[in-house]
Write a protein that binds this ligand. Structure first.
Ligand SMILES: [Zn+2]
Length: 522
């Protein structure tokens, strides 16, 4: 059971000096079951609770971040140094299990909690405070079933991809339909982490890596933050080699519009990244001028290897961030300040794959293993062959528009207002009607796919901007200033040409007639 952290803390302090009575370090479910099983939420709670009783358990604080759709508590483990004089300048938030069949992030985070509670990684904790959510999709985690992840190289029974509402939580970061995403965006607002890491498992192409990764791929991320993110990942890749793990940018030998929602498609053989849109957590997060990293352990490595690779990746990434902390803090501060000053910022749309780079990619093989009544497993072969091919790991916006001074959201519903607040975008409300110089977007065409996706039918608008004119704004119109740190996010949510906005998810549809309801103020 999850006890309050303070009671654990008191008992652990007593035990520090009594070596003979030192509590035994807990073991994770995979460690206890020869890696044949993964943890349920109660296992994770018991595990971190036991960690809090270890000699350095006072580094650990246990919280419930909020309630999931089915009413389960989302466990949040805060880890911070208790050394005198430690003054961490960095904050990092790591989540596991957003897709609850992808289970090694959950196990790796538990191992790290135990290491912290045993007194390891003191130097790291002098510079960074951690917020760890081992089981983000708690309801999905509890829907354990054999066959939830076909072909995965163990364990046989894992949770399901969707949350309790049947939603893919890694498509929810613009629309915020799930309570889990609302909890996470609250943590983003309140903690303001410098680094966000989202832990997954990939079962796509047969490659030769233990783990692949991606920074935010959104073309509207601040250039400095993009540069920092990619340097951090390159350095992490080099250091991971020293631990015996091969890593590279996430990709597939081909990519298609799997969801039918307008994702980019590849042509010919190469190594192609996935999507740039803000519905994905890591693409979204960097629009807040902070570093986001997607981690994808390779589904065909065995479970123990995937846990080890994910643990090493999280730790190495944190160490590399700490190593360049001055650059990191300055880069993020600069990105905030440029926007707050209202320095010329641009909003890009009509996004396409950027130019390919010719790089070596490790091509791998898998063996199909099917024992008696067990589900099929695809097992990574030992051999991998480097092959030089076009590598596409960036996107490029082909249309650029300067940010306005502010946006005016007309006829804003409670749903729209609430979402801006959840995202942390600042706005004011007109108390009385006013005339303002504004540009409006005339809608020429509305397009929608035939089948719904994630409970919506995504709306795509085509149209054109009209020259600025004096327009009447009614009382109650929301004024969203562009001179705020979250202006890139505000533009993504509000611009009619944004490829993943509140309009895409139908929140502005009733207000969209001849004109789009969000005006650009000059
Ligand atoms: Zn995933």
């Amino acid at each position: 059971m999850l006890r309050h952290s303070l009671s654990c803390l008191a008992s652990s302090l007593l035990l520090v000096h009594v070596a003979a009575q030192r509590p035994e370090a807990p073991r994770t479910v995979p460690e206890r079951t020869a890696h044949s099983e993964t943890s349920r939420i109660a296992d994770v709670e018991n595990f971190v609770d036991a960690c809090a009783a270890l000699p350095h358990g006072d580094r650990i604080e246990l919280h419930v971040a909020g309630k999931t759709h089915e009413g389960r508590g989302m466990l949040l483990v805060k880890v911070r140094s208790t050394d005198e004089g430690a003054a961490p300048s960095l904050r990092a938030l790591v989540i596991g299990n957003i897709h609850a069949g992808e289970v090694e992030g959950k196990e790796a985070l538990q191992q790290l909690v135990r290491e912290f509670a045993q007194g390891e990684h003191s130097e790291l904790l002098r510079h960074v405070e951690l917020w760890l959510v081992p089981v983000y999709n708690v309801d999905g985690n509890e829907a354990v079933k054999v066959g939830n992840r076909r072909g995965q190289n163990g364990p046989d029974a894992v949770g399901q991809r969707a949350n309790g509402q049947g939603l893919d939580l890694n498509r929810d970061f613009v629309k915020l339909d799930a309570p889990e995403t609302r909890i996470l965006t609250r943590l983003f607002r309140e903690v303001d982490p410098h680094l966000f890491v989202d832990l997954h498992t990939t079962n796509g192409s047969y490659h030769g890596y233990h783990l692949t990764y991606a920074p935010s791929l959104n073309a509207n991320v601040d250039r400095g933050v993009d540069r920092l993110s990619r340097e951090l990942l390159e350095a992490t890749r080099a250091a991971m080699r020293g631990h015996g793990f091969e890593t590279f940018d996430y990709g597939n030998f081909e990519t298609r519009d799997w969801d039918g929602g307008g994702a980019p498609e590849s042509k010919g053989r190469g190594w192609f990244t996935y999507d740039h849109r803000a519905r994905y957590g890591t693409n979204y997060f960097a629009l807040r001028n902070r570093v986001a990293v997607l981690s994808e352990a390779y589904s065909y490595c065995d479970f123990a290897t995937r846990i080890a690779a994910t643990r090493a990746f999280v730790l190495t990434l944190l160490q590399q961030l700490v190593a360049r902390r001055d650059d990191a803090l300055e880069t993020m501060r600069d990105a905030d300040e440029r926007l707050t000053r209202g320095d010329a910022a641009w909003f890009g749309s009509a996004t396409v794959f950027a130019e390919a780079e010719q790089l070596p990619v490790l091509v791998g093989e898998v063996e199909r293993v099917q024992a008696d009544d067990r589900p099929l497993r695809l097992v990574r072969g030992d051999e991998a062959t480097p092959e030089t091919m076009p590598v596409v790991r960036r996107f490029r916006a082909t249309r650029q528009r300067r940010l306005p001074r502010a946006w005016a959201v007309q006829h804003a519903t409670a749903e729209v207002k609430q979402r801006l607040q959840w995202h942390g975008v600042t706005f004011t409300e007109l108390e009385q009607g006013a005339t303002r110089r504004a540009e409006r977007f005339a809608v020429d065409k509305k397009r929608k796919p035939k089948r719904p996706f994630q409970g919506h039918q995504e709306l795509v608008l085509e149209g054109h901007w009209q020259p600025a004119e004096d327009l009447e704004l009614l009382a109650g119109t929301l004024i969203v200033p562009a001179d705020q740190p979250l202006a890139r996010l505000a533009a993504t949510l509000l611009e009619p040409e944004s490829e993943d906005s509140l309009s895409s998810w139908n929140f502005l549809e009733d207000q969209t007639g001849v004109f789009y309801p969000v005006l650009r103020l000059r």
